[in-house]
Design a protein around this ligand. Structure first.
Ligand code: ADP
Ligand code: ZN
Ligand code: ZN
Length: 703
């Protein structure tokens, strides 16, 4: 039970109107976690509390769903005089033990009126009962048994269960570094099974929606109804029911994205953070928490185990292993003697020289796809979408159709943000503010009527593929094809069931997917993420390429990967091509970060100033930057070069939805150092109306 705080001053306390629930929504530990977030991210506690409980649970209208249920009320032998139909009906109901009114009527070919007549005679009872809104209803989940772990998996599991959570100090977090297809999920499943046997529960965090249904099936197949799902595509009712199933202890394994870290699991024994390097664990609105950090914090508070798993661990976690804060468990090989895929780097520069044009698909990749089609094997094609969407350009003067409300590009604050051309409805859409318009009939600058559609989008890549292989069955997965509920899931199921030969998609298909018949992966453009203005560009590129390559050859048949790139010699590209070189890449990258210093050798925060008035955003960003530089000077008198403040500059996304964005980047030894400095300047110079200030401690997004 959470303790009561010291009595609050009477004048500021509002009267209690009613009691929402007899049981507290927050355990002592969860409350401590929420307080920690408030302090660490410098966010009002009320916002943090709201983040920790689903809105669907807090709504006054939220309640369990009730349906009419028919149950036998007396033994058949004691029934009063009945018609033949009534008698048979009662016998049938007694045989099945009862059921929901509507489906029962359908199954037994009768009417509610007939059943009510039986109720009036005292033979059955018809009363409302709580009916669970099950997110997996209508889906067949095939039960599966634990697999026999191989020696490497067994060793990793031993490391995970090695430390006892009953001991005085909480067990150290474990970083499970296992190459793609090394059977990490099986290790999680068996670690969870042990917790369940010991009467404890578990939380499994998974990166994002694309992964959730797949992963949920694997957990539901093993643990059945004990699994609760919490993801963003649930209806309010489903979310309400799942949350309460967790709180009452009916469900003891929770699978969900970052917010599932707040699930009110009882006797929490284990937290798994799958794909721990994934950027979606960071919330990009207040409170800007990182679910991986919270997993470690919460596990510490509840003396639970925590496993961070990845084929490409974040440098933050890798450094924590080096410092002895985390324990490393590694699984360097794939299960069942399967080999990592053979990776070919295709130099696009050479391809242009040989063919005179920049192809979407190199000749090598086309040959490899053709071979898979002949053999009845499947192919995944990955398009690194950032910066490569299709834009509309005037062939005569070079004018590019752009959004007037948004600015992007090179950080100069002036480069307009191009609209993305959507082939399906032939319109131009801004991916930042959502505004759209029709394709113009002529260029507004030179009145020419001839346009080029540059850049590759998934639709265009799909179109070219269809021309090359008219008989191939192709599925596309991107933001457009997945806007409906369950569409992710439907596309992936179709591909799994071999209803298609080729799956082409964006970041959504990069990780986690496990399709045994996929023997070829093609990366159409490896370089886009390499050229992002961000110190993590190399790490991200490596992760993306290694993860997407890992989708190939996961079952008996070996896999092959083709990576098309302009930079075959860039370290992240080379390292990703050689699947076993994570440690070497990570160590080199860490050495470079230490020089900066950049995280994980310091903490980095962003201050983003937004205003509809360009001048206001710029002058306030500048004012804060100057003040923080003054603060840094005093700080650094004791610790030379420890507190670093950037100049105020237009953010890479310089204008969004009509708001100008200016950014200041601050680095310091601890997050608290930065928070204290920002608290000081905020109190000193509070932002005026019309200026919004977003403060992101440990920012991952520097755009
Ligand atoms: P990872 O999560 O490391 O990418 P998975 O857990 O998805 O790997 O395992 C890859 C495949 O190998 C899955 O199809 C899984 O069912 C299978 N697998 C895992 N462990 C074993 C094992 N010990 N024996 C046989 N198959 C296994
Ligand atoms: Zn023109
Ligand atoms: Zn816009």
């Amino acid at each position: 039970m959470p303790e009561l705080a010291t009595p609050a001053p009477k004048s500021r306390v509002k009267p209690i109107l009613g009691i929402v629930d007899e049981n507290p929504f927050f355990s002592t530990e969860l409350l401590k976690l929420v307080k920690w977030i408030a302090r660490y991210t410098d966010t009002p506690i009320e916002i943090c509390l709201r983040t920790a409980v689903p809105a669907a649970v807090l709504k006054p209208s939220a309640k369990p769903k009730e349906l009419l249920y028919v149950a036998p009320a007396i033994p058949l032998a004691d029934a009063p005089a009945l018609t033949k139909h009534q008698h048979d009906l009662l016998a049938d109901i007694a045989r099945v033990g009862g059921g929901w009114l509507q489906p029962l009527c359908r199954e037994m070919k009768t009417t509610p009126a007939t059943l009510r007549a039986l109720a009036e005679k005292g033979c059955v009872k018809i009363a409302p009962r709580v009916s669970r809104r099950d997110p997996l209803a209508g889906r067949t989940v095939i039960h599966d048994r634990p697999k026999t772990l191989n020696a490497l998996q067994t060793k990793a599991l031993d490391v995970i269960v090695g430390a006892s959570p009953d001991a005085e100090s909480p067990p150290k977090p474990v970083l499970l570094h296992g190459v793609t297809g090394s059977g990490k999920t099986e290790i999680y499943l068996q670690a969870i099974a042990r917790e369940l046997e010991a009467g404890r529960g578990a939380i499994v965090l998974v990166p994002e929606i694309a992964l959730t249904p797949q992963t949920v099936y694997r957990f539901a197949a093993r643990f059945g109804n004990q699994v609760a799902v919490l993801h963003s595509a649930l209806s309010d009712g489903e979310r309400y029911d799942e949350w309460h199933r967790i709180r009452t202890g009916e469900a003891r394994v929770v699978v969900g994205p970052r917010s599932a870290i707040f699930a009110p699991v009882r006797h929490l024994g284990l937290i798994v953070v799958d794909e721990e390097h994934d950027g979606s664990y960071k919330q990009d609105e207040a409170p800007r928490y990182h679910a991986r950090d919270l997993a470690v914090m919460r596990a510490g508070l509840e003396k639970a185990r925590v496993v961070l798993g990845s084929a490409t661990p974040s440098l933050e976690s890798w450094l924590n292993v080096k410092k002895g804060k985390y324990v490393l468990a590694s699984v360097p090989e794939r299960v069942a003697g399967r080999s990592l895929p053979q990776v070919h780097l295709i130099n696009l520069e050479e391809e242009i020289q040989a063919t005179g044009q920049l192809p979407v698909y190199s000749r090598f990749l086309l040959d490899a796809i053709a071979e898979r089609l002949r053999n009845g094997e499947q192919t995944i094609l990955f398009l690194n979408r950032r910066g490569y969407s299709r834009v509309l350009q005037c062939k005569a003067c070079g004018w590019i159709a752009s959004c007037e409300k948004c600015v992007g590009g090179g950080g100069d604050g002036e480069t307009p943000l191009p609209y993305t051309y959507h082939e399906a409805d032939q319109c131009l859409r801004c991916h930042v503010c959502g505004e759209w318009r029709h394709v113009p009939t002529e260029c507004p600058d030179c009145h020419a009527r001839d346009f080029a559609y540059t850049g590759i989008g998934t639709q265009r890549a799909e179109g070219i593929l269809k021309k090359c292989f008219p008989a191939a069955r192709i599925l596309r997965m991107d933001a457009d094809s997945t806007s409906r509920k369950n569409s992710h899931d439907d596309i992936l199921s179709a591909f799994r069931n071999r209803a298609a030969d080729i799956l082409i998609g964006t970041q959504m298909i990069a990780k986690g997917l496990d399709f045994p018949n996929v023997t070829l992966v093609g990366v159409l453009n490896a370089d886009t993420s390499l050229n992002m203005p961000d110190f993590r560009a190399g790490e991200r590129t490596y992760q993306l390429l290694a993860q997407v390559s890992g989708r190939a050859g996961r079952a008996e048949k070996p896999g092959e990967v083709y990576i098309q790139t302009f930079s075959p010699d860039a370290p992240p590209v080379k390292a990703a091509a050689d699947g076993s070189s994570y440690a070497a890449f990570a160590d080199a990258e860490l050495a470079a970060r230490r020089e900066g210093p950049y995280p994980p050798f310091c903490h980095l925060a962003t201050l983003v100033f937004r205003s509809q008035d360009e001048q206001v955003a710029a002058s306030w960003a500048n004012l804060y930057a100057r003040a923080l530089m003054g603060y840094a000077e005093k700080f650094n008198a004791k610790n030379p070069n420890a507190f670093l403040v950037s100049e105020a500059v237009p953010a890479a996304l310089a204008k969004a939805e009509g708001w100008y964005r200016q950014q200041v980047v601050v680095r310091a030894p601890t997050a608290r150092d930065i928070v204290l400095a920002v608290k000081w300047i905020r109190a000193e110079r509070p932002p005026p109306d019309g200026l919004r200030l977003a403060f992101d401690v440990d920012a991952l997004n520097l755009l």
